[in-house]
Design a protein around this ligand. Structure first.
Ligand code: NDP
Length: 251
């Protein structure tokens, strides 16, 4: 099992992001956890965690200036060691099904948060991730070296889409997650020579504001499985799309 020396989780003030932060902090190998929130002053759950390894910083993923500011702050925190792991977790779900109506602005927002912003956040953090990889003595293509992990969704699978928009009214959400899956596979190929691992995950149906109280899994069940899987990743997983327990999902 390999754990990152440093990790950044987006959208970490509640739900799966918060759960991931709590899981990472259980591992002493993890020395720096950067948790982002849109409004740090309202991130009560994060601010209540008293652990010197945790840094709570602002990030609005759809705002370029916010991303640039975060890169500078993270640079100051991690210094010459760079960053080992970026977890793209922040996301929204805009309800829309084929026979419904939706505005262009709402469609843009769905794709902006879940797909476009993942591209831009990853791009801006790439130099720090490359630095992290160069400084780390962990095995290649592990989260201890240099990795971009994306919290996608099983609803992003085109191969498994037999339910259409379904109960979740997930037409636009499905599109945003399929796009991010393609991003994941493409960067995995493009960055292979740089030694950066890229993997997409479905966390399962989880009891969060997005998943609702009716969901199958608690945040603890989902995120403990995810962090366990992250620690087992190797080159054979690069570019892949997996359930939280590393079972392969069809693209
Ligand atoms: P929540 O709605 O509970 O939390 C979403 C998080 O994303 C919040 O921290 C929110 O911040 C943040 N966020 C939203 N928009 C932005 C933005 N523009 N900039 C920065 N942060 C933003 O969702 P979950 O925890 O359930 O979802 C986390 C990820 O898991 C998402 O990518 C989701 O698609 C995916 N997922 C979830 C499933 C589930 O069943 N819950 C199933 C499959 C995938 P704020 O509090 O400020 O709004």
């Amino acid at each position: 099992m390999v754990f990152p020396r440093s990790v950044l989780v987006t959208g970490a003030n509640r739900g799966i992001g918060l759960g991931l932060v709590q899981q990472f902090l259980k591992h002493p190998e993890v020395q720096t956890v950067i948790a982002t929130a849109r409004d740090v002053s309202k991130a009560e759950a994060l601010n209540a965690i008293k652990d010197p390894r945790l840094h709570v910083l602002p990030l609005i993923v759809t705002c370029d200036k916010s991303i640039d500011n975060l890169v500078k702050e993270v640079e100051n925190i991690v210094g010459e060691q760079g960053l080992n792991l970026l977890v793209n977790n922040a996301g929204i779900a805009v309800n829309y099904s084929t026979k419904g109506e939706i505005s262009r602005a709402k469609l843009h927002e769905q794709l902006d948060v879940n797909s476009i912003s993942v591209v831009l956040v990853s791009q801006k953090f790439l130099p720090l991730l490359q630095k992290g990889g160069a400084k780390s003595t962990a095995p290649d293509f592990t989260v201890g070296k240099s990795a971009i992990l994306t919290i996608s969704s099983g609803l992003g699978s085109i191969g498994e889409n037999t339910t259409g928009s379904g109960f979740f009214q997930a037409l636009a959400y499905r599109m945003s997650k399929s796009a991010v899956n393609q991003f994941n596979r493409t960067i995995a190929v493009d960055l292979e020579s740089d030694g950066v691992l890229a993997v997409a995950f479905c966390p399962g149906w989880v009891q969060t504001d997005m998943g609702s109280a009716k969901a199958e899994l608690t945040v603890e069940q989902s995120t403990s499985a995810l962090v366990d899987s992250f620690s087992k990743l190797t080159k054979e997983h690069n570019g892949g799309y997996f359930r939280r327990d590393l079972v392969v999902l069809p693209f």
